[in-house]
Design a protein around this ligand. Structure first.
Ligand SMILES: O=C(O)CCC(=O)C(=O)O
Ligand SMILES: [Fe+2]
Length: 304
């Protein structure tokens, strides 16, 4: 690797928000022609700018009960009910649970703060809307957060936690959960404040809140629409909690009226973005099948 990749990456001129919103060809060209430089810059950044003893991203950042129950289920899938007991169904097929440890989460936030200050070009998510202070998290996405310790942590969340838990709750996602996708979003009043009703291009979505205890906000509820009656269930994120739901359940983020909210949004889907069809039978499978890794390579497909 060449030295000074970090300096060179910092000197790049990021495409304008306008160009990104219009998906101009120059934007694609920017990411394609700078991929190696930016990836190397993240490696250099992590070795030179991050104090790895303070900012260790590992499973001790997660809720202790969840971590221990999940570990037990991997050792012996017959014990997965201890994981299920931690998940609360708060709307039909929407589950909420504590994901991060309230105290330890400061480590992750501190790390992410330094990511923002790194001045390495990052691609904001422009799915339904463009979120200015969001980042792409998955290696299949251009301009993703390629810092190695973050990537290890991100993949652990998906593979060790999200996939088996999703399979336990929504058995029809098995086979439509080999591919991963992720981004972060940051809401603040009058800037990026809401997301209109939509479904996700995922089989299943895990939405994890990163607010610290005491970091309060008003508004910003996530509304879930009942698939048959259209009734709305309005839910609020408590710091460090997660919501897990099928991608095809309609939801919206209401405007945030004060404070800030930061979340990771993680998706699983099948190869080339395949999703379970409506009415796929929900046949429970053997627990061993859930607590396993699919071993399929990343196919590079990204929905946006
Ligand atoms: O506001 C939220 O946390 C939900 C975000 C969401 O639905 C999405 O990013 O697709
Ligand atoms: Fe969504």
């Amino acid at each position: 690797m060449f030295a000074n990749q970090l300096q060179l990456a910092r000197a790049l001129e990021l495409p304008t928000r306008q160009a990104m919103l219009y998906r101009e060809q120059s934007v694609q060209h920017f990411w394609n022609s700078n991929t190696d430089l930016i990836t190397n810059a993240w490696i250099e950044w992590e070795t030179t700018s991050i104090d790895s003893s303070t900012f260790t991203l590992d499973d001790t950042l997660l809720d202790k009960n969840l971590r221990e129950a999940v570990k037990q289920a991997w050792d012996d899938p017959a014990k997965e009910l201890a994981v299920k007991a931690l998940l609360h169904e708060v709307a039909p097929d929407v589950f909420q649970f504590q994901f991060f440890d309230p105290e330890r989460r400061a480590v992750l936030r501190g790390y992410l703060e330094q990511v923002w200050n790194s001045q390495i070009p990052m691609r904001p998510p422009y799915g339904i809307v463009l979120n200015r202070r969001g980042a792409m998290l998955d290696s299949r996405s251009e301009g993703y957060l390629a810092a190695p310790s973050f990537q290890t942590f991100y993949n652990e969340i998906l593979n060790t936690y999200m996939r088996p838990i999703s399979r336990m709750l929504f058995p029809e996602v098995i086979g439509f959960d080999t591919q991963t996708f992720g981004f972060s979003i940051y809401y603040e009043p009058n800037i990026d404040s809401s997301i209109r009703p939509h479904t996700d291009a995922s089989a299943v979505t895990l939405n994890i809140n990163l607010n610290l205890p005491g970091e309060e906000f008003t508004g910003s509820e996530v509304d879930f629409y009942h698939p048959y009656t259209g009734d709305i269930k309005s839910l609020t994120f408590k710091p460090g909690t997660a919501m897990l739901h099928r991608g095809n359940i309609a939801h919206a983020a209401k405007p945030i009226t004060s404070g800030e909210r930061t979340n990771f949004v993680l998706w699983l889907y099948g190869e080339r973005g395949r999703l379970p069809t409506q009415g796929t039978p929900r046949i429970p499978v053997d627990a061993k099948q859930r607590w396993s890794n699919p071993n399929k390579p990343n196919d590079g497909y990204a929905p946006f």
